[in-house]
Design a protein around this ligand. Structure first.
Ligand SMILES: Nc1ncnc2c1ncn2[C@@H]1O[C@H](COP(=O)(O)OP(=O)(O)O)[C@@H](O)[C@H]1O
Ligand SMILES: [Mg+2]
Length: 507
């Protein structure tokens, strides 16, 4: 040690600097005795030089009274490693950082250790506040009902909350997992969004709300969402990240569709109801004179003095009047003026019965009729003969459109939770043109040859289904064929009432 080589003025400054340090500091020698302390130290701990100078650090240095175990004695570590060492410590309500720095001699050997104590209570409290805020924000993000995605400037995804992972079908590390914002959209869309975000005229600087747009999930499927996006700027106003919030529109779209469908059905049933009234009125009015026409024409036909021409004409009159009679009869069925005779019956039974009725008709010779009837219990409260009419009407229409060649499939199934029973009639015909879809259930609407068909079939079907508390609609139609779907309320025997399904004699 060559402290004697220090000029007095250097020593003077060094002591001054030591005293000027704003942290309480002490100098400890290799034997761990305190050889000096600065003014801040004495002031902070209300000590005098007599209290500490020459004492072992562990006696006088505000710690425990025993030496630290050698492996965790910070002073030993500094001496051994020749480099500074620090640790934090909680004393009562305060946090301290204790920093130990080596003081080297001329041979670069550690001669003393300078130990200073910094009060970091405030830093610590800010740090824990920060951690608290961060945890809070994380919880907010992760418990949000919306999908949230954040990405860095380059588009690399930094955060995806659980709803976002579900929406995009991206599970970290999993197959098809999503790592870049470009994967979230159809090609080119991510760039387009960034362009709009930067355009102050759209939504304001760095902000964007798109009520309806498309994203792409990990499976490559497009999903419609409502989206709001933002650019996150740093304190200098530079772009540092982006974030977006998405809400899946699936449920909203479903509700809207459902609403539209209901409105349409309502309009349709209103139309049918008024047409029904009209039809019933007309049918009644025509029925009486028609009976008269038929009666007198039949009487005339029986006259022996008729020549052949008159006989032929009269036969036409009777035939046509009979046709009118049938139409009137159909109209009366459609307008629900005939009595119904309902019982509880398995839907498959009705299908089978209807099929028996058409089986041997010439029209069906080259048509393959297939049954896909579910084995589940599917009871409905129904007038069997009227539902036979429904099924027969549907399959005759199907046979007509397929011009005697093709396949007709009848399927039944149920939706137990919603207590519904379904019947579908599918054909492989040429489909129903879009412009006709709203008219096919109207009475007298037909695309078939005049005189061949009445156009009453589907309107009667509609009336009968309504009478059963059910609904009929076109499920799909196109060049590959048409599927009609009928929905019935399912009959569910009550728990304590007579059990419909009990085997006979099991009481
Ligand atoms: N399965 C079907 N495929 C294509 N068009 C159909 C089908 N069923 C009905 N249609 C259309 O609906 C119209 C009305 O049917 P409907 O009321 O039974 O009267 P009709 O059979 O006397 O024409 C038919 O003329 C036809 O244009
Ligand atoms: Mg028909």
């Amino acid at each position: 040690m060559k402290n004697d080589t220090l000029r007095p003025q250097d020593l003077f400054w060094r002591v001054r600097i030591f005293d000027a340090l704003s942290f309480p500091s002490v100098i400890i020698d290799l034997e761990k005795s305190v050889v000096g302390a600065n003014k801040k130290f004495y002031d902070t701990y209300k000590l005098t030089p007599e209290d500490i100078l020459g004492k072992k650090c562990y006696h006088s240095f505000l710690y425990k009274n025993t030496p630290c175990k050698s492996q965790d004695c910070p002073i030993s570590r500094v001496i051994e490693n020749k480099e500074a060492h620090s640790y934090t410590l909680k004393r009562q309500y305060k946090w301290e950082e204790r920093v130990f720095s080596p003081i080297f001699d001329d041979h670069q050997e550690v001669a003393y250790v300078l130990s200073s104590i910094r009060d970091i209570t405030r830093t610590k409290s800010l740090e824990s506040q920060l951690i608290g805020v961060k945890e809070f924000i994380t919880r907010v993000i992760y418990s949000s009902a919306s999908a949230i995605v954040a990405a860095d400037r380059s588009g690399r995804i930094e955060l995806m909350n659980s709803v976002a992972k579900e929406l995009f079908g991206a599970y970290n590390g999993g197959e098809g997992s999503i790592t870049h914002t470009e994967q979230l959209y159809p090609p080119g869309k991510a760039k387009e969004i960034m362009r709009m975000l930067r355009d102050e005229k759209i939504g304001g600087r760095g902000k964007l709300i798109i009520p309806k747009t498309t994203i792409v999930n990990a499976k490559g499927e497009e999903v419609e969402v409502e989206m709001s996006a933002a650019i996150i700027y740093d304190e200098n106003g530079n772009e540092s990240a982006t974030m977006a919030i998405y809400n899946d529109l699936k449920d909203k779209i479903k509700v809207e569709k459902e609403l539209k469908k209901t409105q349409k059905q309502l309009a349709q049933s209103e139309k049918m109801a008024s047409l029904g009234q009209l039809a019933a009125g007309v049918a009644h009015e025509i029925n009486n004179p028609l009976t008269g026409v038929l009666f007198y024409a039949s009487l005339l036909l029986e006259r022996p003095d008729l020549d052949d021409d008159a006989k032929a004409d009269l036969t036409y009159i009777v035939e046509d009047a009979n046709r009118c009679k049938n139409i009137v009869k159909s109209l009366l069925v459609y307008s629900r003026s005939t009595d119904s005779n309902k019982r509880i019956v398995h839907i498959n039974e009705i299908v089978d019965q209807s099929l028996k009725l058409v089986r041997d008709q010439k029209k069906f010779r080259n048509i393959q009729v297939r049954r896909f009837l579910d084995d589940e219990m599917m009871l409905i409260h129904a007038d069997v003969s009227k539902l036979n009419q429904v099924i027969i009407n549907l399959i005759i229409n199907a046979a007509d459109v397929m011009k005697g060649n093709g396949k007709i499939s009848l399927s039944t199934y149920r939706d137990k939770p919603n207590k519904k029973v379904f019947l579908e009639v599918k054909d492989t015909g040429e489909g129903i043109p879009r412009e006709n879809l709203s008219k096919i259930f109207d009475p007298f609407f037909t695309t078939k040859e005049v005189g061949k068909s009445t156009g009453l079939g589907l309107s009667i079907v509609y009336g009968i289904i309504e009478e059963h508390g059910g609904r009929i609609s076109v499920k799909e139609t196109g060049t590959k064929g048409t599927t009609f779907i009928i929905e019935f309320p399912m009959y569910v025997p009550s728990e304590d009432g007579p059990h419909f399904c009990d085997p006979p004699g099991s009481a």
